[in-house]
Ligand binder design. Structure first.
Ligand code: CA
Length: 526
């Protein structure tokens, strides 16, 4: 943060503390909002949370100058539903996006529409993934569907474009270009939605060698056999062991005897052995040259090593994590470019900057990749926010916040009334030290089964500060109870344990109460 920002921000606080003409200044303060969201970025892969895996100096800079939420969660841990909840401030059963098959009803009320109506300029750059055309934006430039890591096809205000380059950089350049065009004096809100680090984790060439010679540590639960949990934990298809050798681990056909991965796809569904070759055919000759110079070496070594069993599994983990973390390096750089632009253009002291993800992700915990489960790794999502004028210097918040809270919170900062239909809570007072009546429990509901990917059974549940109760349903009727204080990795299901009978009873009551409060009263068979 520049000295200029600190001086300006401190001055603002001093001014607010006085009587005249500062009241006028306070009334006029409508901060810009830059909302940066990546896709599938686990808290554990941000050094502001932990230094276990990667250094993310630019995201960390936000945390040093703002608020880091230690306990930030989602209400349904999958891409499109989480995005719909963020936009509407409503649970999936009310906003209509229960899983990735659903199409977002764009006529719904969103915080974006309300800010626009109140005088904000609104723009969206990057991944959208809600199928319907974005509504409420003065300008949008979105990836089509999941988008590609290289040379993305994008839709700009209705027109299709093909842009050359690495997608994280393309999105950043489009965002900076849109910021440059701002000049009408209106406050603005800009959503910058990265594709990375979503599967299949294709890195930017300059980061191909990052982590190349490093041994990434295995999480303690990597060899979990799921023996103490319900069938739901056992019957998923999201083990690193079953990843595609081709598209996930980037082996071209000439280095493979067969594609052994199931990859979480539909039953008996396989990718062809040359699936990676086909993906690479989209790259320019120059991009392919750089790609092959690095990944052919990986393929040759793989062939020579002829790994089996545990050695092969650990090789898959290293390959997965290298590419996942490499794709985050570009996201972190993008955050730095946006923060630099704000400094260079004297906008830092009038712009709230948010960094989050649509949900967390498994980085080998329980032997998994992907998300979906209400277990901690995918229930959590990073949330770091710089709030000029209100929070100076690092502050950490332990209270439980949700992606459901973002819509009401942004309305609060923009001085726009929060509609009753929004179900989240503004955390503006919370970050300023008032935690009266803050939630003590959260409600979760996941629906994408038996259709879709990875076979994680439908479930809903409640989490408090100390405990978690989950009910898996549909083609199963199984309960799990965890004591998060003594078992943070959720390895020991205590449901039915007499020592926890009173706690279980209390959690069952709380779960029922939350379902009523949020209006999730439909039959669980729907
Ligand atoms: Ca996602």
């Amino acid at each position: 943060m520049s000295k200029l920002f600190k001086i300006t921000a401190i001055s603002l606080i001093v001014l607010i503390g006085c009587d005249r003409p500062q009241k006028q200044e306070q009334a006029q303060y409508r901060p810009n909002i830059i909302f940066i969201m990546s896709d599938d970025h686990a808290q554990r892969a941000i050094s502001a949370y932990t230094h276990e895996l990667i250094s993310t100096p630019n995201i960390d800079r936000l945390a040093e100058e703002g608020v880091l939420f230690r306990n930030s969660f989602v209400t349904n841990s999958i891409c499109a539903p989480s995005r719909a909840t963020m936009l509407t401030g409503k649970y999936s059963h009310l906003n209509g996006l229960r899983d990735n098959r659903d199409r977002f009803d764009g006529d719904q009320l969103t915080w974006i529409k309300l800010l626009r109506k109140s005088g904000y300029h609104t723009s969206l750059i990057g991944k959208w993934h809600l199928k319907s055309e974005p509504q409420g934006f003065d300008h949008y430039n979105i990836l089509i569907g999941q988008g590609s890591y290289y040379n993305p096809r994008m839709v700009e205000n209705g027109d299709t474009l093909i842009l050359e380059g690495y997608t994280t950089s393309v999105i950043t350049e489009l965002a900076l270009s849109q910021l440059e065009k701002r000049g009408d004096g209106k406050p603005f809100v800009m959503l910058v939605h990265h594709k990375a680090p979503h599967r299949n984790w294709m890195p930017e060439p300059k980061y191909f060698e990052l982590f190349k010679n490093e041994e990434i540590p295995l999480p303690s639960t990597f060899f979990d056999d799921y023996s103490t949990r319900s069938m739901a934990a056992r019957e998923q298809d999201m083990r690193i062991e079953d990843m595609f050798l081709s598209t996930d681990l980037k082996l071209r056909a000439k280095y493979l005897e067969e594609e052994t991965g199931t990859g979480g796809g539909p039953v008996n569904w396989r990718v062809p052995i040359d699936a990676m070759d086909k993906q690479l055919s989209r790259l320019t000759p120059e991009q392919r040259k750089l790609w092959n110079a690095n990944y052919d070496e990986v393929g040759k070594k793989f062939m020579e090593a002829n790994l089996t069993g545990k050695e092969l599994l650990e090789w898959k983990y290293q390959r997965y994590m290298q590419d996942y973390l490499r794709s985050i390096a570009s996201v972190d750089e993008s955050v730095g470019q946006i923060l630099d632009w704000l400094d260079e253009n004297n906008q830092a002291d009038s712009t709230i900057v948010v960094y989050t993800s649509d949900q967390g992700f498994y980085l080998g915990e329980h032997g998994w990749y992907d998300k979906r489960f209400m277990y901690e790794e995918s229930l959590r999502t990073p949330l770091i926010v710089r709030i000029p004028g209100e929070v100076l210097g690092r502050r950490e918040i332990d209270e439980m916040v949700l992606n459901l809270d973002l819509a009401p919170t942004f309305l609060d900062y923009a001085g726009v009334e929060i509609p009753d239909e929004m179900q989240g809570l503004s955390w503006r007072k919370l970050v300023n030290g008032e935690n009266d009546n803050w939630r003590k429990s959260l409600y979760y509901h996941y629906y994408e089964y038996p259709h879709g990917w990875h076979y994680v059974k439908r479930h809903y549940g409640v989490r408090t500060e100390k405990y978690k109760l989950i009910h898996f349903y549909n083609d199963i009727d199984a309960w799990e109870l965890f004591d998060l204080e003594i078992d943070p990795d959720e390895m020991n299901n205590l449901f039915g344990d007499v020592a926890y009978a009173a706690i279980q009873h209390e959690l069952e009551g709380e779960l029922k109460r939350l379902r009523d409060v949020y209006g999730d009263t439909l039959s669980l068979q729907d």
